[in-house]
Structures are given as C-alpha cells and as structure tokens.
Ligand binder design. Structure first.
Ligand code: AP5
Ligand code: MG
Length: 223
C-alpha cells in the first residue's frame, strides 16, 4: 500500500501518519522528520535544510528529492509506505511519479487533510514533540502528557520546534497555498484524492482516513 498524506502545517499529518502506518504495517516517511534528524546530527545536509526550515521556506528540491529517492530505495519500503510532507510542489510530485514509474509501482491513494487556518495556529502553538522519538506528538490542551514536559511513551524531554513561532507558521501557510495546493490538483486529475475533514478528534479523523484507504483498496482490486 502506498499512501500520501497531504495538508497544511498542523493539520495532523504526523499524528495520523503514525497510526495509519502502524495499522497497515508500512513505513512512515516524513521529510520534515528526516531533515530534523540531519539537523540534530549536525550534517551538512541538516545545516542546509535548517536555514530554510527555521524561516518557513521549502528546502531546495534537489536536496529533498535526493533524500526521498534514497529513502524509497531501502528494502523496508517494499511492503508499502506512507509519505508525510512530500511532495510539496509540482516538481517534487513529478519526481515522485518518475521514481514510482521506474519501479513499476504507483500511489494507491492521496488523503487531503482539510482544516481551517485559525485551528492550524492553535494546534501548532500548543504542539510539543519528544526529543527521543519525534513520532511521539503531544498538545498542551488537546493531548497533554501526564507529566508536564515528559513523554508518556518513553520519558524523553518534550520540546517546541523552532519553526513553530507564529510568524513562521504564517509563512509556512503561504508556502502551502502557493506551492503545495497545486499538488492536490495534480493528484485530483489522477482520481486519487479523498478530502478528510481534520477538525474532529484524532480517532474520528483516523476512522475516516482508514475508511478512505479501504475504499481505495477496493478500487485497486477492481482495476
Ligand atoms: P513538516 O515537518 O512536514 O511540517 P508541516 O508540514 O508544516 O506540518 P507539521 O509537522 O507542522 O504538522 P502536522 O500536520 O504533522 O501536524 P501534527 O500531527 O504534528 O515540515 C517542516 C519543514 O521542513 C517545512 O516547513 C520545510 O521547510 C521542510 N520540508 C519538509 N518537507 C519538505 C519537502 N517535501 N520539500 C521541501 N521542504 C520540506 O499535529 C499538530 C498539533 O496538533 C499536535 O500538537 C497534535 O497533538 C495536535 N493534533 C493533531 N491532530 C489533532 C486533532 N484531531 N485534534 C486536536 N489536536 C490535534
Ligand atoms: Mg508533521
């Protein structure tokens, strides 16, 4: 199963991606998380990415496409994958089409998480991530940890991303509108997109996402 999760910053992509990937036993691949790993390790790629991420701009395509190309070449993606945060512009979408075509595979479905921008700002302002495992995501109001500042799953310290300041969030939303919304149209034209209202509770959004995936499996089997 090859799933793509798209939606503005703070829509809940990471929150849903972890659950969907576990449910389907496929790899969760987040370009944002891959860049943050490089930043923490102090690699050259991480330094290059950081200058763009901290001001809310996209990392250059040649860097991003290279990272995804390498990741999708690893054998653990043979069973399938869920892409979170890639592709983010039309050039990346066409590159992904090329990568998939060269391995004679294709996307099964694209889930478009829809959420009003005012809620994006609220969600991002309250988000806290675990330093040990970025897939452990909390919110100070909606899903607070039992002990303030500590991860419920592994006890790691919780922190706030440095691109989660309000001015940077507005820049990320502008970039989403201008660069990433056309990607939704690109996949609409291929009949792959299901819009998922993402304002409700986490479990409700998850149920809708899994429902859309299972309908797309039915369609794939009919083809
Ligand atoms: P990335 O890390 O992908 O960030 P993003 O797309 O801006 O999205 P976020 O991770 O901020 O939000 P999310 O949708 O995952 O929400 P979450 O589940 O955490 O990218 C960061 C940067 O890296 C980019 O700006 C760019 O610079 C660079 N980059 C990445 N990919 C790139 C690419 N392909 N090309 C170029 N550059 C790239 O949830 C948010 C909060 O809401 C959490 O606190 C959560 O607990 C809470 N929450 C989630 N769901 C719910 C719910 N249903 N109800 C209540 N609260 C909820
Ligand atoms: Mg995320």
């Amino acid at each position: 199963m090859r799933v793509l999760l798209i939606g503005p910053p703070g829509a809940g992509k990471g929150t849903q991606a972890v659950r969907i990937a576990a449910h389907l036993s496929i790899q969760h691949i987040s370009t944002g998380d891959l860049f943050r790993e490089h930043i923490d390790r102090g690699t050259e790629l991480g330094q290059r990415a950081h200058t763009r991420i901290r001001v809310g701009l996209l990392v250059p395509d040649e860097v991003t496409i290279g990272v995804i190309n390498d990741r999708l070449a690893r054998p653990d993606t043979e069973r399938g994958f869920l892409l979170d945060g890639f592709p983010r512009n039309l050039r990346q979408a066409r590159a992904l089409d090329g990568i998939l075509a060269s391995s004679r595979s294709r996307l099964d479905t694209v889930l478009d998480l829809r959420i009003p921008e005012a809620e994006v700002v609220r969600r991002i302002a309250g988000r806290r991530l675990c330093r040990r495992d970025r897939e452990h995501i909390f919110h100070v109001d909606h899903s607070p940890p039992e002990v303030a500042g500590a991860c419920d799953v592994c006890g790691g310290d919780l922190y706030q991303r440095d691109d989660d300041r309000e001015a940077t969030v507005h820049r990320r939303l502008e970039v989403y509108r201008s660069e990433t919304e056309p990607v939704v149209d690109h996949y609409e034209a291929q009949g792959l997109v299901t819009a998922i209202p993402a304002l409700g509770p986490v479990q409700e959004v998850l149920d809708q996402a899994l429902g859309a995936i299972s309908r797309s499996q039915g369609v794939a089997e009919d083809c």
